[in-house]
Design a protein around this ligand. Structure first.
Ligand SMILES: *Cc1c(COP(=O)(O)O)cnc(C)c1O
Length: 427
């Protein structure tokens, strides 16, 4: 999908990358509609044969046009806040395909979700259950719930994105699961619908999924012995992607097919829910940025390339030490003679403000464009205006057309919600 033509121009589908910079400036997030659809179908294809619901984890990318694409393909949504429920309904998701997880759902958020008749709450504590029961009672409705169970497995990923291990804040401890279901079964305004687990993110091996599922299956059997019906098993998200062509080979990458097959082998009589986020959006998005300045650190034999995207725009390298491939938009061919060890850094006053470290890149000039790959998930969605830098423009590439899906922020946006103290406060 990313290809250089014979003149050395880089294209995404049928759109020239340098045109995007010309029309919309830099830095800019770019998404391929085709790739989003293909990735979604890498899950959805199996729904012909299996009872399953695919709920896109919208925290990975919540632009309303992106959400609308997925809603129109029949996706459900996995949400983590009232704001996400609002966005999803607004973007065309059917509320009866919206699931809602999170350790800290407030009463207001719960009320909002109930009023919109969402499909299911993934409940993470008994106190939360109490709040949901009370709120549903006041509204005169029944709340459908799953408990999110922490199966205590180690998914072997970055510690910041481990969620299914003992000692993390997520879910109900494995040992307390049966009791939680017995309590929920006594609540007047609660309808038990299923069970949920989500063990972490960027997992590239089937083993932790399999281990977690087997533990959850045991709990399901125990609960059902108590005459409580579990209709839905929600296996969460977490499927990893290949961020670098060199670090993980494509054979090692876990596919949706293997994940789905494995889960249906364990839970053969259930309707399964999957909550993919990263594996739908990450490799469908790019961050286009431009070289501002260059610095040579002679004795270190290293060069700094300062670009106009910073950690406020893409925080993953600073936050998790994440790796993103960085491609010069101008084709330098296979002439590696002039390649140099390079750190690609942003303009922000933090030492952690980098996009890529120790990369071997060709000699670059001021104003050269660079494309940061696999930036479609947890990219724009995690961005901020730190250092008072306006939010970036976002564009969607659809075959040969280029569609602006978020306007670039401006300076007045930065202060638009702030209240100016005209009067001095008297001391
Ligand atoms: C973040 C999250 C997901 C999505 O995880 P990915 O690794 O992006 O697939 C799914 N379910 C829950 C509950 C989450 O918090």
């Amino acid at each position: 999908m990313l290809v250089f033509d014979k003149n050395g121009e880089l294209f995404l589908e049928h759109v020239k990358i340098s045109d995007i910079a010309e029309f919309y400036g830099t830095s800019t997030y770019i998404y391929s509609k085709k790739k989003i659809i293909d990735n979604f179908y890498s899950y959805k294809n199996y729904s012909k044969f299996k009872k399953m619901i695919i709920c896109f984890a919208c925290k990975t990318n919540s632009n309303r046009s992106i959400l609308n694409i997925l809603a129109s393909l029949g996706a459900g949504a996995d949400t983590t806040s009232g704001g996400e429920i609002y966005r999803c309904i607004n973007a065309g998701f059917n509320p009866n395909k919206i699931v809602y997880a999170g350790v800290g759902k407030t009463k207001d958020e719960i009320e909002y979700a109930l009023k919109n008749n969402i499909f299911m709450f993934n409940v993470e504590s008994l106190e939360e259950l109490e709040t949901i029961d009370n709120t549903a009672g006041k509204l005169g409705v029944k709340a459908r719930i799953s408990f999110r169970i922490n199966p205590d497995v180690d998914p072997d990923t970055h510690s910041y994105i481990v969620t299914g291990k003992k000692g993390t804040k997520f879910g109900i401890p494995y040992e307390e699961a049966e009791n939680a279901y017995l309590i929920a079964n006594t609540k007047k305004n609660i309808k038990i619908a299923g069970i949920h687990f989500h063990i972490g993110s960027q997992i590239t091996n089937i083993k932790p999924f399999e281990l977690a599922a087997k533990k959850i299956k045991k709990i399901v059997d125990i609960i059902e012995k108590n005459k409580i019906k579990i209709s839905y098993v929600n296996c969460g998200g977490g499927l990893g992607i290949q961020y670098s062509k060199t670090s993980v080979s494509s054979e090692e990458i876990l596919t949706p097919k293997l994940l789905i097959d494995t889960m249906f082998t364990i839970f053969n009589d259930k309707t399964l829910i999957f909550e993919p986020g990263r594996s739908i959006m990450a490799n469908a998005g790019y961050l286009l940025t431009k070289v501002i300045y260059r610095k040579n650190i002679i004795n270190n034999n290293k060069r700094f390339i300062i670009v106009d995207a910073g950690m406020n725009d893409l925080i993953r390298p600073a936050l998790y030490g994440a790796y993103h491939d960085i491609i010069p938009v101008k084709n330098h061919g296979n002439n590696l003679k002039n390649n140099v060890l390079t750190d690609i850094v942003g303009p922000i006053c933090e030492n952690s403000d980098f996009i890529g470290k120790d990369r071997i890149l060709p000699v670059l000039s001021q104003n050269d464009l660079l494309l940061v790959t696999c930036a479609g998930a947890y990219g724009s969605a995690m961005s901020s205006t730190y250092n008072s830098r306006p939010l970036l423009a976002e564009v969607l590439v659809d075959n040969d057309s280029l569609i602006l899906i978020r306007k670039r922020g401006n300076y007045s946006d930065l202060t638009s919600n702030e209240i100016y103290l005209k009067k001095r406060i008297n001391k």
